[in-house]
Write a protein that binds this ligand. Structure first.
Ligand code: 5CA
Length: 447
C-alpha cells in the first residue's frame, strides 16, 4: 500500500476523552472512530489488525478441530425465555421490538441459539463430540463503556460451544480450549495467564479467565510469580489426546492465579511470600464448563449406545477479539506509539523515502516495494511529499515492527537502513539484504 493512497487519519493532538494509552493510540493512529458511546467504526488500519487477530483465532480453532459458523446478531426473545435468561440478563441486554411487536434482542452471547441448533439437528452420541464457534459482534449495554474497544458496548467476540456425551468428554473440550487459547494469545505476542474466575450470568462452576497483566487492567489479580515463567512455545500437541491436554491444563493452572472474585487469602498465604504478586489484568478470554444447564432448560438430548436419552454436556468459550487490540497495545507501546508484534502487524514493514521526487530514491523505493510484495508481504510505502521527521513520526505512531529508510546519501554507498521499531536499532545494508532479512523474519522465502 502507498500511504498517499491510503486512508490514515492520524491525529496530532491527544484526544481528551481517552484515559488509557491504547485508546489514545488507536484514535491517534486513525484505527477507530467512536460512533456513539462504546460503539466504534473500524477504519482501514484498525480493521486490518482486527482481521489479523481473527485469522489467528480461526487458524488455532481449526487446529483444535472446532468448526466455524455464523449466527445472527438479532435474536428472538423466545429462546431466552425458555432458558430463563431473558429476565435474568437485566439491563445489559439490548431489547428490540420489531414491527410485528415481537420481542427481539441483540445477542450478548449465544448459548441459547446454538443449543436450539443442536437440538434440531443432533440426536445421537455418534455425532459427538462437536464444537462449533463463530466470530460475531455482540452487544452488552454496559453501564460504563470506557477505554475504547476495551470495554465497548458493541464488541467482536469469538464464542465457541462444545457438545459432549459425558462430563469427562466435556472437560476434555474445556482443556482443549485452554490449550488452543494459550497458543492463540502467544501468536499475538501476548502472555495471557489462565486464572480461576467466577462464571457470572453464563453459569457453571468450572471456569478460567485469561488475563494479560497491565496496570490499566480492570481486574485485580493475585498470582504466584512462577506462573509468568511458563510459555507454551511451539510444542506439538495432539488435541485428541486427553492426557496431553490435561497435562497442559495442570501445568498452567496448578499454581495460584485468581481474579478478585475467587481470591482466597488463606490459600494465597501458602505461596512463598517472595513469589506472591498482586497486580491488574485485562481479561481477554474466558472458558466455561456448565454441564447440562442449557441442555436441561432447552431439552437438548442425545441417545447413548444403550438408547437412553441424556442431556448433552456443554461448555462455552470466548475470546475478546476487538478487546485484544487494546490489550496488545497496552502490552506493547512506547512514548512514540504502538509497537505491533509481528503476528498481528497491519503491514509487515514500512518504507520511508527521505527525498520524494529524487529519481534514485524513488526508484530504489519502488524496487523495495515490489520485491516485498512479490514475496507475499504487505509493505506500507510512505511516498508522500513530507519531511522526514513527519514520516518517521507516523511510522513510529502506527507501530510497524520494521522500517526501511531510503535516501540519496545512503544510496550513493549502495545502502538503505533497516530499523527495528522495538529496539530502535538501525543497521545499514544493501536493499536486497534488507528484503532478505524481512522475508526471514516473516518466514517467507525468496521466490
Ligand atoms: N458465552 C461466553 C463465552 S463464549 C461469554 O460470553 N463469555 S464472556 O462474557 O467472558 O465474554 C468473552 C470475552 O469477551 C471476555 O473474556 C472479554 O475478553 C470479551 N468481552 C466481554 N465484554 C466485553 C466488552 N464490553 N467489550 C469488549 N470485550 C468484551
Amino acid at each position: 500500500m502507498r500511504l498517499s493512497r491510503y486512508f490514515l487519519p492520524v491525529l496530532k493532538e491527544t484526544p481528551a476523552e481517552a484515559q488509557i494509552v491504547s485508546h489514545r493510540l488507536m484514535l491517534r493512529a486513525g484505527m477507530i472512530k467512536q460512533a456513539s458511546a462504546g460503539i466504534y467504526s473500524w477504519l482501514p488500519l484498525g480493521f486490518k489488525v482486527l482481521r489479523k487477530i481473527e485469522d489467528i483465532v480461526h487458524e488455532e480453532q481449526a487446529r483444535a478441530g472446532h468448526l466455524a459458523m455464523l449466527m445472527p446478531t438479532i435474536q428472538s426473545a423466545d429462546l431466552w425465555r425458555e432458558s430463563g435468561r431473558y429476565d435474568a440478563y437485566g439491563d445489559e441486554m439490548l431489547r428490540i421490538t420489531d414491527r410485528g411487536g415481537r420481542d427481539m434482542l441483540f445477542t450478548p452471547t449465544a448459548e441459547e441459539l446454538i443449543t436450539d441448533i443442536f437440538r434440531a439437528h443432533v440426536g445421537s452420541y455418534k455425532d459427538l463430540p462437536l464444537t462449533l464457534y463463530q466470530i460475531q459482534w455482540k452487544f452488552r449495554d454496559e453501564i460504563r463503556p470506557r477505554f475504547g474497544v476495551m470495554r465497548g458496548r458493541e464488541f467482536l467476540m469469538k464464542d465457541g460451544y462444545n457438545f459432549d456425551l459425558t462430563k469427562e468428554d466435556a472437560l476434555h473440550a474445556y482443556n482443549r480450549h485452554l490449550v488452543s487459547y494459550l497458543r492463540t494469545y502467544e501468536r499475538m505476542g501476548l502472555q495471557a495467564i489462565p486464572m480461576r474466575a467466577d462464571s457470572g450470568p453464563i453459569g457453571g462452576d468450572n471456569t478460567h479467565e485469561f488475563l494479560v497483566l497491565a496496570e490499566t487492567g480492570e481486574s485485580e489479580v493475585f498470582y504466584d510469580s512462577e506462573i509468568t515463567d511458563l510459555t507454551f512455545g511451539d510444542r506439538e500437541i495432539d488435541y485428541s489426546d486427553k492426557a496431553q491436554c490435561q497435562a497442559v491444563l495442570e501445568e498452567f493452572t496448578s499454581r495460584y492465579a485468581r481474579t478478585d472474585e475467587t481470591h482466597d487469602e488463606a490459600e494465597f498465604a501458602k505461596v512463598p511470600e517472595a513469589r506472591r504478586r498482586t497486580a491488574r489484568g485485562i481479561e481477554v478470554g474466558q472458558i466455561f464448563y456448565f454441564g447440562t444447564k442449557y441442555s436441561d432448560a432447552l431439552g437438548a438430548t442425545v441417545t447413548d449406545r444403550e438408547g437412553n436419552r441424556l442431556p448433552v454436556h456443554m461448555g462455552s468459550h470466548g475470546i475478546g477479539v476487538s478487546r485484544l487490540l487494546g490489550a496488545i497495545i497496552e502490552a506493547s507501546h512506547d512514548d512514540k506509539g504502538i509497537i505491533w508484534p509481528e503476528g498481528v502487524t497491519p503491514f509487515h514493514a514500512g518504507i520511508v523515502n527521505l527525498k520524494q521526487g529524487d529519481s534514485e530514491a524513488d526508484a530504489a523505493c519502488e524496487v523495495l516495494y515490489d520485491s516485498l510484495k512479490a514475496l507475499g508481504l504487505d509493505p506500507l510505502y510512505d511516498d508522500r511529499n513530507e519531511r522526514a521527521g513527519g514520516k518517521f513520526a507516523t511510522m513510529d505512531l502506527i507501530g510497524l515492527p520494521w522500517r526501511i529508510t531510503v535516501g540519496p546519501r545512503g544510496l550513493k554507498n549502495g545502502v538503505v537502513e533497516l530499523t527495528s521499531r522495538r529496539t530502535g536499532e538501525s543497521e545499514e545494508m544493501a536493499p536486497e539484504q534488507a528484503i532478505q532479512r524481512i522475508a526471514k523474519i516473516y518466514g517467507t522465502s525468496q521466490a
